[in-house]
Design a protein around this ligand. Sequence first.
Ligand code: ADP
Length: 363
Amino acid sequence: GKGIAVFTSGGDSQGMNAAVRAVVRMAIYLGCKVYFIREGYQGMVDGGSNIEEAVWSSVSSIIHLGGTIIGSARCMDFKERAGRLKAAKNLIGRGITNLVVIGGDGSLTGANLFRQEWSSLLDELLQNGEITADQRNKYKLLNIAGLVGSIDNDFCGTDMTIGTDSALHRIIEACDAIISTAYSHQRTFIMEVMGRHCGYLSVVSALTSEADFVFCPESPPPEDWEKRLCKKLEQERTAGQRLNIIIVAEGAIDRHGQPITAEQVRKVIVDNLQQDTRITVLGHVQRGGSPSAFDRVLGCRMGAEAVMALMEADENTEPCVISLDGNQAIRLPLMDCVERTQAVAKAMADKKWEDAVELRGKS
Ligand code: ADP
């Protein structure tokens, strides 16, 4: 059978374990040898015990766990050709020529580059006498399937990334808790949520927690936002509401591209309305905890589809990313999706917010 390896890279997210589990079991079911690569690209570069064969029971009792049991890391070595050369040697040594990469756009970009260089990496290894001509020929093809693990839902091409739904659960649990105490003391709370370039978490959590105001990166507020904010909060109090909730994405900005921070918003409210105003920064709580049913199912379906894609790949198959389109798991060209995602980031940096939203499209 084919040699397949699975690894998680970049920021972790809930549901990665469900995906790892599905990859391992589907691969075994189809008669492949399947390996874990621990600590992302670092484990691939370092080799040794970081690359370990997985068996059916290696992935028992992990579907309910957040994070990733095989570890994740940021890896500078893999950004250099010398690091990728070592990684190639370690994979060949174990007969691995199929990779399932679970990560964000950085990790998928790295995988694509690796695939483009594969041939020349093998030539160099052959020249250095580190692999045989036989191995050069046998392992000439590297197939790649990517899965997007990210709590931010910030990747173009998929409706939902693995982890987003669980992060939303964490946020609304926290908002609900805050709302009950805010109600008692007639307080105003500012909740800072994650999302550097993508406002999905802030917008959906604002909708579902009945927030009065939301600041998100793609939709900077009008110049007179301070006035509008105060007017809105006052209106709600006059109408009998005992509290106010404001959601601020960590990447929130004004129309000049300058950050709008929770502290800044608090000052505006205290100075103008003298309301008792507190800030809660949710931070890494959003990444933690057990994955929701949705993320478990998403991870399972994506993982199984990734193995199928690798099984069907031949020399003409480009690296793919497994995406959710409505209710369907589909395969899209990895590089198109990465390029679109990067184009969104550029549009945001250029303050072309409407372009960014349009480019992001369905996701
Ligand atoms: P994410 O995958 O969550 O976007 P990063 O951007 O930090 O996270 O990428 C994770 C890892 O992927 C990096 O530490 C690096 O090892 C690898 N990587 C990212 N971009 C590249 C690249 N352009 N070339 C090679 N490797 C890359």
